[in-house]
Design a protein around this ligand. Structure first.
Ligand code: ADP
Ligand code: ADP
Length: 223
């Protein structure tokens, strides 16, 4: 697969595996991941003006207001050719702003990958998730454990459980997803860009399924 000009959106509920697959893609095909959650958490950790505004929403499992996210993404995307958007857009207003920006840049999306996953699996994945706060790489205590408990295989640093992966905040985040983000599936279905993936499969099988779908799509565009 030629990675030039590959622009993907990974869409799906919290815990569906978007970050895991975005990192696998980044490693294999050099298409960089842009994770709004990771960018926001870095801003919170550094105490930037954006981080100070975003923190209370994130802690409560709500979305950070659209105007802040859209401004942040406009500055991230300008000047980039290829990327995987992980965690953006999350509202119809964000999707419309992304469309307008990409039209302005002359950069259409290649595909929008929808991760289909059931509620029970999402809760089990989020409540057992361990994250490297520096790199955003995640593990799972049962489904994808690190070689040494509590330590990242790659970076060697400690991995932690995110505060918003507690059972209570997870319930809020899933309710927020149903209300604000789930409507994006219908939004993108109308554009013909949507590819649905069975995210319940094991990690390697999901990677293979996404790769096959993207390759079929980029070939179809070239021929
Ligand atoms: P998202 O970015 O969509 O919130 P993550 O990629 O962080 O989701 O994955 C959530 C949790 O589920 C992590 O602990 C990850 O290791 C685990 N996970 C990801 N994909 C799978 C999968 N296909 N099967 C089982 N566990 C998975
Ligand atoms: P997950 O990987 O579990 O889906 P994220 O790391 O993507 O979670 O997001 C964590 C939190 O950051 C969200 O609950 C929300 O408060 C905020 N956030 C991330 N992306 C967005 C976005 N596009 N719009 C609004 N808020 C966002």
């Amino acid at each position: 697969m030629s990675q030039a000009g590959v622009r993907l959106v990974f869409l799906g509920a919290p815990g569906a595996g978007k970050g895991t697959q975005a990192k696998a893609f980044q490693e294999k095909f050099s298409v960089p991941q842009i994770s709004t959650g990771d960018i926001l958490r870095t801003n919170v950790a550094k105490g930037t003006p954006l981080g100070l505004k975003a923190k209370s929403f994130m802690d409560a499992g709500d979305l950070v207001p659209d105007d802040l996210i859209i401004a942040m993404m406009e500055s991230e995307l300008g000047g980039r050719d290829s990327y995987i958007l992980d965690g953006f857009p999350r509202t119809v207003a964000q999707a419309e702003a992304l469309d307008a920006l990409l039209t302005r840049l002359g950069h259409p999306l290649t595909a929008v990958v929808q991760f289909d996953c059931d509620r029970e699996a999402l809760i089990a994945r989020l409540t057992g998730r361990w994250t490297n706060p520096r790199t955003g790489r995640t593990y799972h205590s049962e489904f994808n454990p690190p070689r040494v408990a509590g330590i990242d295989d790659d970076a060697g640093g400690p991995i932690v459980q995110r505060k918003d992966d507690s059972r209570e905040v997870v319930a809020e985040r899933l309710a927020t997803y149903d209300e604000k983000t789930a409507p994006l599936v219908a939004y993108y279905e109308g554009t013909g860009l949507l590819v649905r993936i069975d995210a319940l499969k094991p990690i390697d099988e999901v990677t293979a399924e996404i790769f096959a779908a993207i390759e079929a799509r980029t070939k179809a565009v070239r021929t």
